[in-house]
Design a protein around this ligand. Structure first.
Ligand SMILES: Nc1ncnc2c1ncn2[C@@H]1O[C@H](COP(=O)(O)OP(=O)(O)OP(=O)(O)O)[C@@H](O)[C@H]1O
Ligand SMILES: [Mg+2]
Length: 340
């Protein structure tokens, strides 16, 4: 059977920016303005990838790596310096309006809602802009109200919403017109755990029930773990990894570290630890264990620890996305990792 057309197809995509060279010292900013000297920033360099229908792909990298620049090109907000991209068969920067009817976009740092209008009115306005049929609007709004719990603030003007409420409103706005592709730039930035959970739940449900394809940038390992099977890592504009998210974590996530404080009079013998575990006695009642991520999860590690001692306190360091990316950069094997 022939494979379906990719939803996103990017070939040798490149975007450079010219930046005025900074001058040090007094009046440096003024001198920079007057000077004609500039530097070229390679925000995105020669990136190639495809995204197939129904995929949920995480796009990660350090600050300034080029994530938002890529996303802006895919939405048609920015024109690339060279290379090509098709999104749902269209060239985003040439067919931006046409594409807007088929994709949903959420920028965590910005809103597409109207500040002075109640959330409900913003959603109705968008319905008219996108010409969403009445029954589709009703169904999509009902799902968003339920999964994102919008009811407590549907009548509140957007400027009075908390960050988490506003993000939930923006997500509802992005899916009213049944987009085939959702592009999300840091959809969980700055949110508390409960708000993150709601948003992840919503995205998962949408992917399962509508088959919506998603590309999302994030600095949160939890987003990747809970949403994305595939992850792409960008560093200084270049794609450094494109592959399975669990494999990336196993390879570069480092060990899972668990510190335990045991009840009075208890001790833990460090001889004969199971495979993939090392331990260290820190103080009278505290121990530090390291678990190989290829063999253990934080859950299985804690369960095992509870069988060997009566625990008073447990602290888990399950690694961070930043740490994982740093380890990936430090590894000299990176070029061999699945990048086309
Ligand atoms: N309009 C612009 N003019 C000049 N330089 C820009 C512009 N937009 C982005 N850049 C530069 O391009 C590079 C990539 O920026 P981009 O916003 O894509 O990074 P990012 O991966 O989204 O980072 P973050 O995690 O901080 O959001 C950075 O060096 C940034 O300074
Ligand atoms: Mg960004």
């Amino acid at each position: 059977m022939p494979s379906p057309d990719p939803i996103v197809s990017v070939t040798c995509l490149t975007r450079t920016f010219q930046r005025r060279r900074l001058h040090r010292g007094r009046f440096g900013a003024l001198r920079a303005l007057a000077s004609r000297q500039s530097d070229t920033v390679n925000a995105v360099s020669d990136i190639t990838f495809d995204i197939q229908p129904g995929e949920m792909v995480g796009y990660i990298g350090q600050n300034g790596a080029g994530k938002s620049t890529t996303i802006k090109m895919l939405c048609g907000i920015l024109v690339p310096t060279s290379g090509s991209a098709t999104v749902l068969g269209a060239t985003p920067w040439r067919q931006r309006k046409q594409l807007a009817h088929r994709i949903g976009v959420v920028f965590g740092q910005r809103t597409q809602l109207w500040w002075d209008l109640p959330l409900r009115d913003s959603l109705h306005l968008l319905r008219h802009m996108y010409r969403v049929p009445g029954d589709r609007f009703a169904e999509n709004l009902a799902t968003a109200r339920e999964v994102l719990d919008l009811d407590p603030f549907l009548a509140t003007p957007v400027r009075q919403l908390s960050l988490g409420q506003r993000m939930r409103g923006d997500l509802a706005a992005a899916i009213l017109h049944d987009p085939d592709l959702l592009i999300l730039d840091e959809p969980t930035i700055g949110l508390d755990l409960l708000a993150k959970d709601r948003i992840r739940d919503f995205l998962r449900t949408l992917n399962r029930t509508h088959g919506t394809t998603m590309l999302l940038t994030t600095h949160d390992l939890g987003d990747i773990e809970e949403l994305c099977e595939r992850v792409m890592v960008i560093d200084a504009g270049r794609l450094r990894f494109d592959g399975n998210a669990t494999a990336l974590q196993h390879q570069f996530g480092g060990d899972i570290e668990i510190g335990v404080d045991v009840a009075h009079d208890q001790t833990i013998a460090l001889a004969n630890l199971p495979t993939g575990v090392t331990g260290e006695h820190l103080t009278a009642s505290t121990w530090m264990f390291r678990f190989d991520r290829g063999l253990w999860t934080s859950g299985s590690a804690v369960r095992w620890l509870t069988t060997i001692a009566e625990l008073r306190d447990v602290s888990i360091n399950d690694g961070s996305l930043e740490q994982m990316i740093r380890d990936l950069y430090l590894s000299d094997k990176t070029s061999a990792h699945n990048v086309n």
